[in-house]
Design a protein around this ligand. Sequence first.
Ligand code: AHR
Length: 511
Amino acid sequence: MTNARITLVRDFTLGEVPRRLFGSFVEHMGRCVYTGIFEPGHPEADEKGFRQDVLKLVKELGPTVVRYPGGNFVSGYNWEDGVGPVDKRPRRLDGAWHTVESNAFGLHEFVDWSRLAGTEIMEAVNLGTRGVDAARELVEYSNHPGGTYLSDLRKQNGSAEPFDIKLWCLGNELDGPWQIGHKTAHEYGRLAQEAGKAMRFVDPDIELVAVGSSHSSMPTFGEWEHTVLTHAYDEVDYVSLHAYYQEDDGDVKSFLATAVDMDYFIESVVSTVDAVRAAGKHSKHVNLSFDEWNVWYQRGLDTDDQPHNVSKGWREHPRLIEDAYNVTDAIVVGTLLNSLLRHGDRVKIANQAQLVNVIAPIRSEENGPAWRQSIFWPFARMAELARGQILRASVDSDKYESAKFGDVDVVDVSATWDEDNGRVALFVANRGLDESADVDVSLSGFVGGRVSRAEVLGVPNGKDRFATNTLESGEQVGLSPLAGVTVTGSRLRFTLPALCWAVIEVEVTRA
Ligand code: AHR
């Protein structure tokens, strides 16, 4: 048995939970759009082709904002191809994923789908093959009320009202040599500055995200952010971060500790951003948008069903990176969400990549069913319950040794206090592979009451940590009740089984 003591203090908060932390991502990649959210002719599709079975799971997952249309895809995309009569839209080669894009789904379809899903739109512009002009025109088409060529074209294409898109990404991963239109930091910094300026001339109320590093081990990491922001600090509101993690060579202890890397990445970018702020004598703060993150087994990128395999020729919506997630992956996802929430004073947007089929919490089959992967659950519960104030948690946990990150806390936690509904929620992982963990929480400044939620995701009976939810297996990894949670005054106690993620929500009053 390992032990952890956690102290939460009512007035020791980090600020309001940024609800945009629970974002997701829909890219024209593989089967995320086609046969994912959109499949005309599917028995569950509505008259617009939106799969209602998938939509139901999306609503249950609860993303607040969805980034679109890429990803690497956007760096070669003409937004004009995706508007207007569907039968007139051009079929194009998408070099990023070596696929044929039919353009049957485009901006209007995404706006309609987002309204049904109840999600905010985060639209990315192409700063790979295109530039200032296409970016500002897309803002005019989307947000200008009418009376100009582009806004009237939107009306003619079926939307009398502007889309009113607030959140815009100034390109995608342009620091990466794999990106179409890859740029140096100077080239991109100037382009982001000018594109941002021109987009704001059209709509001054938009919020802009500059491309940051594609991961923290990029050779240009640090310098990229510094140079880009030195050019574009005044024009942008956020700088982006992307990170994908996987279990390497059976090193599960390091994999379970990857939130340490996310902490490092976030804190390094905050320092860089603030250094530019000081050097440039800027008064405003630029915040962080962690707009791609997840577990992704990139080791298999050269196998048959992987994106850069060109031997199969040009295909339409092939199966690409449809990772099947196991119990360990779900626990890691829970700890990554904890890291994001613990940095919610500066990370204001985050998007799990992606939403359906492509490294996704939701899977669907063409002409077949849709289901939840293991990683669905930490996201769904945190999106539902992390509301109100982020509580700073002081954690005194037993540690374990990991090859990549040294000594790591066995128990990982984040917590929130929603004064409106009088509840404290704890999101907690036991990274211990073999031992259960006794957790003792001091709720200082609160008097605890009823336990309104206590659920745990762990290894299902008779299975191991590699259990997944597949079409064949059904949903065998999910949540079950966590028994034995006790509240006495300001003290909350529970025991976590080995290797699990759990959510505990308690009714509280002020002490
Ligand atoms: O999410 C999959 C891909 O990962 C995105 O297209 C790209 O931005 C990142 O490299």
